[in-house]
Design a protein around this ligand. Sequence first.
Ligand SMILES: NCc1[nH]cc(CCC(=O)O)c1CC(=O)O
Length: 317
Amino acid sequence: MHTPEKLVIATRASRLALWQAEHVRALLQQRYPSCEISLLEMTTRGDQILDRTLSKVGGKGLFVKELETALLDGRADLAVHSLKDVPVELTDPFALPVILERDDPRDAFVSNEYGSLADMPAGAVVGTSSLRRESQVRAAYPHLTVKPLRGNLDTRLGKLDRGEYGAIILAAVGLRRLKLDERIRCCLEPSESLPAAGQGTLGIEILAERHDLAQWLAPLACSKATACSVAERAVSRVLGGSCQVPLAAYAELNGDTVHLDALVAEPDGTVVIRASGTAPIHEALQMGESVARELMAKGAQPILARLADGGNAAPQT
Ligand SMILES: NCc1[nH]cc(CCC(=O)O)c1CC(=O)O
């Protein structure tokens, strides 16, 4: 069989992104031992803007765009992304043919003082720059104060350690990948903090015309994670994943059945609209779309419309 001789993987230069790219490199190397595989490290706009809340700076696929230019001009063959950061509508020459097996999708509670959100006293400060996390924290713990928190993982942990926050909320998977598990005081179950669409999942982006490449990458795909991400991303797509909005969508597989929970909330936590659905794998897309329509019917529209005014397209962290 014809196999690849040389592959270049475009990646952001953060430690987490590098771990993820190395992970994909190792999987490919195992499968294609004679292939020469290298990483092309890039700094994206999302990495440069550290002083403002991501949802405020907007910009479609802040973490994705520069990597796409490397695919376009041939400097790289594939780009590895946290699926959560990938816009739901990939524009024309690009495709996302491979969704890898999902890791832990949960949010993690990190603190030097407290064991959980429930332990925190009135007025204590929780750091997160995600409207999704903020709205859920504020809905369940209205006595806590939520403040924005930006930067890569090390920066965020540094701000916590300097006492700027009583606790911060991060994706558990990011901490695990950087061997920072010991910082996790507890994981927030989906019932307490419903994850973002695609959280804990990696996707591989290529130029759609590279059919050879798509075939070489195909063995890395996980059909279960793919079904879940199809359902979750359908919600974001229907609701305008391009809006900066507190939106969560989390699917699980039970045998051949996909179960999906989704919510849209006011950032201040005063309104949380929920919907869920269940369907066989092959109907994951339609089920996701109908869950999204149910959210709309229950009043998601005014929240979305108001938040959409501020800009387009922040990643739904
Ligand atoms: N918001 C940025 C981002 N994008 C992906 C991850 C972690 C990896 C993942 O969720 O798959 C993170 C960090 C975080 O949310 O704490």
